[in-house]
Write a protein that binds this ligand. Structure first.
Ligand code: ZN
Length: 241
């Protein structure tokens, strides 16, 4: 047993064992995240296949930086994905050392085209990707290339490790949210902020509250059993498992 295993209670799991544990624990879905799952691609692919055979769903939480061929091989086994779209080309180059931002954009487009339920997360970092132009570029990509029904999450940055810029002002997150809503994004959420503002889901047609979130507790309200808004009858795009 390694020191890491002792410290954090980590254990070695084969794809078969992981799928078996998911079934035994009553999980509906297996999420591949923390660390970047595309780093351990082969394990994710093998596990996702077995998980599907057992009737559970798979969710990938990823930076989306992957070649097209392995992505297409994996996607038939992925039901949902949250891709971290970090910013414009300059941000990727400066903060990530990545010169091919377009690879991430391509991943998002292929996921959408392959009918994977896709959500986008953007961590807004003070002075690095928070200008109106940068935010609008990202919002426009979501609306025009992916669709206005793709949920967009803006997360608050905090100084850590090698970056000591001040934390993202909360007002910046609300500014980004307003810009996205004005541009037609139907579902916008704010992450890493205190309180409950920006975490709920509202009917895209009439604005009625349909999902209330508080921490990890989620409750639906004002919905029919077919997930139509009780107030106006609009389909709310909710996938409930
Ligand atoms: Zn409604």
């Amino acid at each position: 047993m390694s020191i890491l295993s002792k410290l954090y209670g980590l254990k070695k799991l084969s794809p078969k064992e992981a799928a078996k544990e998911a079934v035994q624990s009553g999980c509906a879905t297996v999420a591949y995240t923390y660390n970047e799952p595309l780093i351990w691609y082969e394990w994710v692919l093998d596990t996702a296949k077995i998980v599907h055979q057992k009737g559970l769903k798979n969710v990938l939480v990823t930076n989306g930086y992957i070649e097209e061929e392995p992505l297409r091989e994996l996607l038939p086994f992925i039901d949902g994905a949250n891709v971290d779209l970090k910013g414009d080309k300059g941000f990727y180059k400066e903060m990530c050392g990545v010169t091919r931002q377009e690879a991430v954009l391509r991943t998002c487009k292929i996921m959408k085209e392959q009918k994977v339920h896709l959500e986008i997360t953007n961590l807004i970092v003070t002075s690095k990707n928070d200008s109106d132009e940068q935010l609008q570029e990202l919002i426009d990509f979501v609306v025009t290339e992916l669709g206005s029904d793709v949920p967009l999450h803006f997360s608050r940055y905090f100084p850590n490790y090698n970056v000591d810029l001040p934390a993202t002002p909360v007002d910046t997150l609300f500014k980004a949210r307003d810009m996205a809503l004005r541009s037609g994004v139907q579902y916008v959420y704010l992450g890493n902020i205190r309180g409950e503002r920006g975490n709920d889901t509202h009917c895209k047609n009439c604005g009625t509250l349909v999902v209330k979130r508080s921490g990890y507790v989620t409750n639906t309200t004002n919905l029919t059993k077919d997930f139509l808004c009780k107030n106006c009858g609009t389909q709310t795009d909710i996938i409930w498992n």
